[in-house]
Design a protein around this ligand. Structure first.
Ligand code: ATP
Ligand code: MG
Length: 568
């Protein structure tokens, strides 16, 4: 028997639940620039540094080795202003592109916020990228300045073989010369008069389905970040918030930098990579109250076992959310068992800039569902075909997930792909490329990427449903499901499975898992083949790359692998 799925009881914490918040209201809760305009860095840092929160800790940085470094809003303001002034002295002006490749160190946050103060288009890059992917992105974004560290310069930038014609400066933040330049710069800086439509960030997609795309974002997105921080992440003034994503992905910027700072809460930044023991220690020691992570991390914690979680005392933890991939119901239940609360799945993408659909604290969690559209977000299931666009009225019908265009954090273009951008929109809708369905209560259920859906003997099969059923089996840690071409039925369902610690691959276990899947899904939908694999190929942002599983299965070229995590 499952325990009842309930939110953590907040009465003891005496926290008023956050009410729904429309965008106009969210905009009114922001300051705007003195004299008019909107700038993310002003909302995230300057207004706090000049007000009552100046001495509050904005960021608590956990280095790989050494002591935690607290950074107050005032310090964050001064350090980012120094950065802005140095960039300005190098000729960086509004609209110029600044790339930041630093790893999760304080200078990354200073450089990003400094760039925003100047009105630059800022692009944080994931530090594990190799030389080629870095150059590709800098060139796509017409980077003028690249901010990096000495070590990353030696390991990556120095090895770039292709020209980067727009790049004028490479700054190595930890060299004595650059430290001296920063120290000599003024800690005050006038914030550029940007408006809601001015470019703020360039974000690259995860490359799960193909070559990563560069999405252009604007300062107006901060309205969405404020609103979703309240409604979807339940941020309250005293919260300690930890978003585990790297700022090289949109989640690590929108919710690892902007949202917590805009709310004036304390945000945890961990320089190190995933480590179950370390993570529980940080959650406990820092008294993290709101935690935003990803299914891949949760699956790794599940692999490490609920016992490890229970060895830690997490009385401050109140709300846990997840994004990036479908969250299998098993993971939601694991949250109840290991953390004493469900994990709240939410859905969005690089293009949407912020959370669009979520299991919020105000809703009952439906395990396996990504939740309901947030206030102000209109989502629909649509069919696009020869006959045009049909908005599907019926519930429980699969189709493409579409969003009514016009939310504040909507992307404003794909770098170098104007036509592709245009094709994402029609009749006032934005088409997400994801398949989903809506139930009678208005909850949305993820079916799969449009590209990943399997057509078998006349059925359309979403890989997520199959993967979730496989994960219910106690031996299964992770599953990735693809369609394998078959002369008779079109495609058969093939599953790649990695096992939890303590289980050994073997014929008997395979038959047992197949039997379980057949019982759960029926013979038509259950996998016909299972292959055990020590790990599954994933993107650096943690998503299973089904296109690689498929290419490898069929012996086809792997395509762009710039975002593939190396260990896979
Ligand atoms: P690319 O567009 O380059 O193939 P990507 O789509 O993985 O990569 P992101 O923008 O980082 O790049 O990811 C957004 C996608 O991740 C969504 O379109 C969706 O497919 C998936 N996703 C995110 N959150 C969820 C969720 N809660 N449930 C299901 N899928 C999700
Ligand atoms: Mg995508």
């Amino acid at each position: 028997m499952r325990p009842p799925l309930i939110h953590k009881d907040l009465t003891a914490l005496a926290l008023p639940p956050n009410a729904a918040l429309g965008w106009d209201e969210a905009r009114r809760m922001l300051d705007g620039l003195p004299g008019g305009g909107l700038n993310i860095a002003w909302e995230a840092v300057e207004r706090h540094a000049r007000g009552a929160l100046a001495d509050r800790v904005a960021i608590r940085w956990h280095p790989v080795a050494g002591n935690v470094r607290p950074i107050t809003y005032r310090e964050l303001s001064e350090a980012s202003s120094r950065f802005a002034n140095v960039l300005r002295s190098l000729g960086v002006a509004k609209g110029d592109a600044v790339f930041v490749l630093c790893g999760r160190i304080p200078d990354l946050y200073f450089a990003v916020l400094g760039g925003l103060k100047l009105g630059a288009a800022v692009s944080p890059l994931f530090s594990a990228f190799g030389p080629e992917p870095i150059a590709t992105r800098v060139n796509m974004g017409r980077g003028k300045v690249l901010v990096t560290t000495e070590a990353l310069y030696q390991r990556k930038i120095a090895k770039i073989a292709v020209p980067m014609p727009t790049l004028e400066h490479v700054l190595r933040v930890d060299t004595p010369e650059f430290r001296a330049t920063l120290a000599a710069a003024s800690p005050q800086c006038e914030v550029e008069r940007t408006g809601p439509e001015d470019t703020s960030f360039l974000h690259f997609t995860s490359g799960t389905t193909g070559m990563p795309k560069g999405a252009v974002h604007v300062h107006g997105a901060v309205v969405m970040h404020y609103a979703t921080g309240r409604v979807a992440l339940d941020l309250h003034p005293e919260d300690v918030f930890w978003c585990t994503a790297d700022p090289g992905w949109v989640t690590g910027t929108s919710y690892g930098i902007v949202t917590p700072l805009v709310h004036g809460v304390t945000s945890i930044v961990d320089e190190a990579d995933f480590d179950a023991v370390r993570w529980y220690r940080i959650l406990e020691e820092e008294r993290v109250s709101v935690w935003y992570t990803a299914p891949t991390a949760i699956r790794m914690l599940m692999k490490a076992g609920a016992e490890l979680a229970k060895r830690h005392s997490l009385p401050s933890l109140r709300f846990v959310a997840s994004v990036g991939e479908p969250l299998n119901p098993e993971a939601v239940w694991w949250g109840m068992d290991a953390l004493g609360m469900p994990i709240h799945d939410n859905w969005w993408q690089t293009e949407t800039g912020g959370i669009m659909i979520a299991n919020t604290p105000a809703l009952d969690v439906k395990p396996g569902s990504m939740g309901k559209p947030l206030p102000g977000v209109e989502a629909a299931i649509v069919h696009r075909g020869e006959a045009g666009l049909e908005v599907v009225a019926a519930n429980d019908t699969e189709g493409e997930l579409a969003l009514r265009a016009g939310w504040p954090s909507m992307f404003r273009g794909y770098l170098d792909q104007e036509e592709r951008y245009r094709k994402c929109f029609a009749d006032g809708w934005y088409f997400t490329g994801d398949l989903a369905k809506r139930d009678a209560d208005g909850y949305f259920w993820f079916v799969g990427r449009a590209d990943d859906v399997i057509k078998s003997a006349g059925h359309l099969i979403g890989p997520f449903e199959v993967e979730s059923a496989l994960m219910e089996h106690p031996a299964v840690a992770e599953a990735g499901v693809i369609g394998k071409p078959d002369p008779v039925v079109g495609e058969i369902v093939k599953a790649f499975v990695s096992l939890r610690s303590g289980f050994q691959p073997g014929e008997e276990l395979k038959m047992e898992i197949l039997g379980h899947a057949r019982k759960r899904l029926g013979a038509a939908v259950a996998p016909k083949e299972i292959e055990f694999s020590a790990s599954l190929p994933r993107t650096r942002s943690g998503k299973i790359m089904r296109r690689l599983l498929k290419a490898r299965e069929l012996g086809l070229p792997e395509g762009d692998t710039s975002t593939l995590e190396e260990s896979a």
